[in-house]
Design a protein around this ligand. Structure first.
Ligand code: NDP
Ligand code: 2IT
Length: 450
């Protein structure tokens, strides 16, 4: 006798944890998806009967490698490199590279797993993957970062390609790192192809790719607010992080008439009650992208308070955009946000809210946009970058931005299609998980025992 899907989730999680110990973030990401899709599986038993769940949580391939590099005093340093090629049902593996000391197999598997569903939601032909290293770019010289990137690519190049696996940026990997990685790939392979996205505009990059994740997140928030006849205009917005995603989320919020009150880094957060305006945001971009400084320097410059070793979620704002890292908002912080009148949380980061924080949002029926939907604009524009590279043409800013908006709108519709509950409440998490799953799962069925 077959067990019911809800039982199946329990049994399945027990097996997953046994087979993949010490990977709590991966367990967390899988449990969220399975819980969301369990009713759908019950209505559509052929997915379980054909082993789709067993297959979808097992990466197609994992590559782990040694990355030796010479530091500035001539010592050989060893880091560990990874690429998780999770699922290629609907397109070549696609997803970022993260360079951060916390990187390990479990974190990259959670990110690769999320990426499969996110990429499916974009409507573009993109499979899912993720990679990176425990290398910490912080405090390293430009030459050390370059030597590390060259060594990393000296192994990675044999596993990737414009039709196979196309990495991009993530935490600790921005335009500078993509440049060094691309230069080394081109040198080894003697070919100029779109093997990476997030490239510089002079060498195959797409306009709006740096902006895309942050802009897309705000477009998604705007779509959610629209369902309540509301908008970002005039709202106070709490943002965490001050990297790529946070910076361009802030830029779009300001452009749409919202007031950005906070930004942060791993040392703490700044609260600017007058609002971080376009000019002050330029200061942050310069500080972070050129001088690679710390957010507390903003507080010193503009004579406001810096909150060390704290996160911004106890402040008062109607919208929260977590744009730093996974599990950066817990249940207590979610409760505090609701008490303070927050009506909308849109995730720029991947899995920034803990499962019990998400429960609080859903129980209170506020607008909660999960990362795999709300931050999909970045990979969507990566998809556009791949198209432009293949066609050897470039689209204008206006064209890319219009396509990005269209995709975010479409993802919002997909979430509503699969996530609207009796009574009308839209559970965007369920909607994103079911919507992302169906396309990949049906394709895997089409392709046989893969
Ligand atoms: P960046 O490296 O540009 O910025 C990361 C920011 O988050 C920095 O301010 C960093 O502070 C902070 N941060 C990182 N780790 C921690 C931590 N453990 N605790 C507190 N703060 C932390 O990365 P991105 O902006 O590209 O990425 C941010 C998030 O968005 C990640 O979750 C990423 O996976 C996700 N994402 C990124 C996309 C992209 O296109 N880049 C696309 C979709 C999602 P500090 O400098 O002190 O480390
Ligand atoms: O998490 C993500 O979607 C990214 N880091 C971007 C992936 C990409 O291939 O552009």
């Amino acid at each position: 006798m077959k067990s019911s899907p809800n039982n199946y989730v329990e049994h399945f999680m027990a097996r997953l944890i046994e087979k993949n110990p010490a990977q709590p973030e991966f367990h967390q990401a899988v449990l969220e998806v399975l819980t969301s899709i369990s009713d759908y599986l019950e209505e559509n038993p052929h997915y379980i009967n054909s082993g789709i769940i067993d297959r979808i949580i097992e990466p197609e391939r994992i590559i782990i490698f040694r990355v030796p590099w010479l530091n500035d005093v001539g010592k050989i340093v060893i880091n560990r490199g990874f690429r998780i090629e999770m699922n290629s049902a609907i397109g070549p593996y696609k997803g970022g590279l993260r360079f951060h000391p916390s990187v390990n197999l479990g974190i990259l598997k959670f990110l690769a797993f999320e990426q499969v569903f996110k990429n499916s939601l974009t409507t573009l032909p993109l499979g899912g993957g993720k990679g990176g290293s425990d290398f910490d770019p912080k405090g390293k010289s430009e030459n050390e970062v370059m030597r590390f990137c060259q060594s990393f690519m000296t192994e990675l190049y044999r596993h990737i390609g414009q039709n196979t696996d196309i990495p991009a940026g993530d935490i600790g990997v921005g335009g500078r790192e993509i440049g060094f990685l691309f230069g080394q790939y081109k040198r080894i392979k003697n070919e100029f192809t779109g093997v990476l996205t997030g490239k510089g505009i002079n060498w195959g990059g797409s306009l709006i790719r740096p902006e895309a994740t942050g802009y897309g997140n705000v477009y998604f928030a705007e779509e959610m607010l629209k369902t309540k006849g509301d908008s970002i205009k005039g709202k106070e917005v709490l943002i965490s992080g001050s990297g790529n995603v946070a910076q361009f989320a802030a830029e779009k919020v300001i452009e749409l008439g919202g007031k950005v009150l906070t930004m942060s880094d791993s040392d703490g957060y700044i609260l600017d009650k007058e609002g971080i305006d376009a000019k002050k945001l330029k200061f942050i971009m310069n500080l972070k992208n050129k001088h690679r400084g710390r957010i507390k320097e903003y507080a010193e410059k503009f004579k406001i308070l810096f909150h060390p070793k704290a996160r911004p979620w106890a402040e008062k704002g109607q919208i929260a955009l977590p744009c730093a890292t996974q599990n950066e908002m817990n249940k207590d912080e979610a409760e505090q946000l609701i008490k303070n009148g927050c009506i909308c949380v849109s995730e720029g980061a991947n899995m920034p809210c803990t499962p019990d924080a998400i429960d609080i949002f859903i129980d209170n029926q506020i607008l909660y946009g999960p990362g795999k939907a709300a931050n999909a604009g970045g990979v969507a524009v990566s998809g556009f970058e791949m198209s432009q590279d293949s066609m050897r043409i470039t689209w204008t800013r206006k064209e890319v931005d219009a396509q990005l908006k269209k995709i975010m709108k479409h993802i919002h519709q997909t979430c509503a299609k699969y996530g609207t509950k009796p009574g009308g409440f839209v559970n965007y998490m369920d909607g994103a998980n079911i919507g992302g799953f169906v396309k990949v799962a049906d394709t895997m069925l089409d392709q046989g025992a893969v």
